[in-house]
Design a protein around this ligand. Structure first.
Ligand code: DAH
Length: 352
């Protein structure tokens, strides 16, 4: 029995040392030291041993058990250390390595332009207002001296809402930001110095039109406001937004809501207003030295009257331009397709 015990010890010790991993080690533990393991079954034989040999053999068996248990514990610890150092190696952090900057978005170019326009006008006392983008016909047309049957309305390619009609007419998606004029005037607080920047909607889509675009609308109404104020504001804006060398000019035009009316042109930044490009050909951006910015004029007396303002006491000027257009003129940028602005193509957007 003593030999058997010693042989078992030897075999078990070798196996434990050679165990390839924890799984094998666990199996060995069960095999030799488990409740139904080899040591236990050997010990069952103690019953048949003489009474005087029994304590000696019992002590030996106990010693072997403890020694094997230690061997298993030691080997297990070894495996744990090994696993930890492998982990430490694979999860190693090099604190001196340069960081990876997370991808960062930025404000869309149209929003950038809106912020800039807002800032420029706020410096001369124009407050940005917000007005409904779904509004009554009254604000979009009627109050602007465009009665229901007037053909001028055709130019605005309007989206009408499928909604009940009120005293103020049908509901429309605002086709221009001029709807803000009556909203401001009917409050009856003067002076009015507003800059309304908002979305406009028209039933048009092609390379130069998108059905949703932005305009900014200026309105200044007070006593004794004249064309020279309009000119002053236009020149100020042109210098601030486009740069000190740019000039504006007024071209007579016609709008129902202004009298007199103008179209505002700005000298082209690419050819410096000459209309001739660096290659001695016609300038590819403007072709004639000037770019058309948008409309302006002195507020028509009928517009003032429609909102209960006395045109004999008050006068004013207004202007309304497209944000997208104005921004492109600033950059000297010729977008072959304006729809690109709203296509969410990062290759395009990340350039700005
Ligand atoms: N609302 C006009 C349009 O969308 C632009 C405009 C022209 C606005 C003249 C004005 C203005 O305030 O005075 O075409």
């Amino acid at each position: 029995m003593q030999d058997q015990l010693n042989a078992l010890k030897l075999e078990a010790e070798q196996a434990i040392v050679q165990a390839a991993d924890v799984v094998v080690l666990n199996e060995l533990e069960v095999k030799f030291l488990g409740r139904k393991g080899e040591l236990t079954s050997l010990l069952k034989g103690l019953a048949g041993v003489s009474a005087e040999d029994r304590p000696k053999l019992g002590a030996l068996a106990n010693e072997i058990k403890l020694s094997l248990e230690r061997a298993v514990a030691l080997r297990r610890e070894g495996f744990e250390q090994e696993a930890l150092s492998k982990l430490a190696e694979s999860e190693r952090v090099d604190v001196t390595e340069p960081g990876k900057a997370p991808l960062q978005g930025h404000i869309h170019i149209v929003s950038q332009a809106i912020d800039e326009i807002t800032d420029i006008f706020s410096k001369i006392g124009f407050t940005r207002t917000r007005n409904p983008e779904v509004d009554w016909d009254w604000y979009a047309f009627e109050s602007l001296n465009m009665p229901g049957d007037h053909p001028a309305r055709d130019e605005w390619e309007t989206f009408f809402m499928d909604a009940p009609v009120s005293k103020k007419g049908k509901m429309v998606l605002t086709p221009h930001t001029s709807n803000a004029q009556a909203h401001e005037l009917e409050r009856g607080e003067f002076p009015v110095r507003m800059i309304n920047i908002g979305k406009c909607y028209r039933r048009q889509i092609d390379v130069t039109h998108v059905p949703m675009f932005h305009q900014f609308e200026g309105l200044c109404v007070d006593k004794n406001i004249s064309i020279s104020h309009l000119r002053g504001v236009l020149d100020y804006f042109a210098r601030e937004f486009f740069g000190p060398d740019r000039k504006t000019r007024l071209r007579p035009f016609h709008f129902r809501f202004t009298e007199p009316s103008f179209e505002i042109d700005i000298s082209c930044g690419v050819c410096g207003g000459t209309g001739i490009g660096a290659d001695k050909q016609k300038c590819r951006v403007c072709k004639r030295g000037w770019l058309e910015l948008g409309g302006a004029g002195m507020v028509h007396p009928n517009v003032l009257k429609a909102s209960g303002v006395d045109p004999n006491v008050y006068s004013g000027f207004a202007f309304g331009w497209g944000v997208e257009r104005t921004y492109m003129m600033k950059e000297g940028m010729k977008l072959d397709d304006i729809r690109t602005l709203y296509k969410n193509d990062l290759r395009f957007l990340q350039q700005f």
